[in-house]
Design a protein around this ligand. Structure first.
Ligand SMILES: [Zn+2]
Ligand SMILES: [Zn+2]
Ligand SMILES: [Zn+2]
Length: 395
């Protein structure tokens, strides 16, 4: 920007001495020489300015690049305490990571270097479980399209170390490898101050899932509502405020007006009795109970029919520090830390936000699935759900 105004005085000054040249006096030559030198200096200055300008721009760009790189790297590091310095995140490492997508297997140190974060927990006893030799055996999908047989019971179930004792003991078992990896995961969490996370449900049998699904269904069909005006289903367990009791015509549940102290229903076209009626808080229309099909569709957004639950695999668990597994856990520091670090211990957040169209299940900040560190890291880095990852590797 500054180059334009600088150019102008330079050229105008060069013109003035040119006029004097006509006099051909020795002074004129001197003036001309001085002017030439001056013009050269100005031109040189302009050139230097241009060059510096370019340089500044390119440093800006590279700064932005390195910034976005480091922020991307940051998101893969723990919700860091200042203590968690990650000097390993030097640029050559970043670029070598891009070149070779090979995630180191079988070495804690190599993996730490690759990911740019050191484990705080001693991994000596855990490496073989976080990244076992038979890693690939853990990578498969359980969902309505890929159900488990009603008599399928996983081998190698053990009592989950971090199980919350107030929960039904029939939910306390988990795959032995996953349990060890989970131990490392939650020890690491404790190091960062998240020391009250416990597992509320791990392996659930086919029959257990059947009764859970039935309980949800029975509960929801009894208490939930549908607003036909808004075309919305209201799960009263989670959103009781979405339905309010309003005074409506008791015959048609329509709105009424006060007419000379009487209540006149505009739908019935007559003076009407009124009653408190359940209405949509948003639009004020009377709501109705859902049909069985509507409730089933709704329950399937957060639970699964027997045989289609990942819990039957013994490879996942619900864990948090709340009374129940609800969205109240979503934005807690604990939930964020678990989601950002699960892959380092072979776990994935199985139902991430905004993936219901892929997984079929709403975001569950508490549900983690063991798949082994290599697959977990790859999914984390690529932002893939297990469904997408398996579809990709099937091809
Ligand atoms: Zn409504
Ligand atoms: Zn009416
Ligand atoms: Zn779960």
């Amino acid at each position: 920007m500054a180059t334009q105004p600088q150019k102008r005085p330079a050229s105008s000054q060069s013109r003035t001495p040119a006029k004097r040249k006509k006099k051909r006096s020795p002074q004129g030559f001197l003036y001309a020489a001085i002017t030439l030198i001056f013009v050269f200096m100005v031109l040189a200055t302009v050139l230097i300015c241009l060059l510096v300008g370019c340089n500044e721009q390119s440093t800006d760009e590279s700064y932005e690049e390195s910034f976005s790189e480091s922020s991307a790297a940051e998101s893969s590091t723990p919700e860091s305490k200042p203590d968690n310095s990650t000097p390993e995140q030097s640029e050559p490492e970043e670029s070598s990571k891009e070149e070779s997508v090979v995630i180191p297997v079988g070495s804690t140190e190599a993996y730490e270097k690759y990911i740019g974060v050191e484990y705080k927990v001693d991994m000596t006893d855990y490496e073989q479980y976080v990244c076992p030799e038979n890693e690939k055996e853990f990578v498969f999908v359980v969902n309505p399209k890929h159900p488990l047989a009603s008599d399928f019971v996983p081998e190698n179930l053990v009592k989950c170390t971090y199980f919350r004792e107030t929960q039904p003991s029939s939910w306390s078992k988990i795959n032995a490898t996953a349990n060890k990896a989970l131990e490392a995961f939650l020890k690491e969490a404790a190091y960062y101050g998240f020391d009250d996370i416990t597992v509320t449900s791990a392996y659930r049998s086919y029959n257990s899932q059947a009764s859970i699904y039935q309980r949800y269904f029975d509960n929801d069909i009894k208490q939930d509502y549908v607003c036909d005006t808004c075309a919305e289903y209201f799960d009263i367990s989670y959103f009781p405020e979405k339905v309010v009791k309003l005074e409506r015509c008791s015959a048609c549940k329509g709105a009424f007006t006060e007419l000379d102290g009487e209540k006149y229903c505009e739908s019935c076209m007559s003076v009407a009795d009124t009653a408190k009626v359940a209405c949509c808080a948003k639009c004020g229309s009377a709501v109705r109970r859902p049909t069985e099909a509507e409730t089933e569709k709704h329950v399937l957004t957060y639970s699964t029919k027997p045989g289609t639950s990942e819990h039957q695999s013994g490879l996942c668990c619900d864990m948090h520090n709340q009374a129940n597994s609800t969205s109240a856990f979503d934005n807690t520091p604990e939930a964020k830390w678990l989601a950002a670090n699960a892959h380092r211990f072979g776990f994935i957040l199985r139902y991430p936000p905004n993936t219901q169209h892929i997984t079929g299940i709403k975001h569950e900040s508490w549900h983690f699935r063991y798949v082994g560190r290599t697959a977990a890291t790859e999914m984390y880095e690529k932002g893939l759900t297990l469904d997408e990852y398996c579809a990709e590797t099937e091809e």
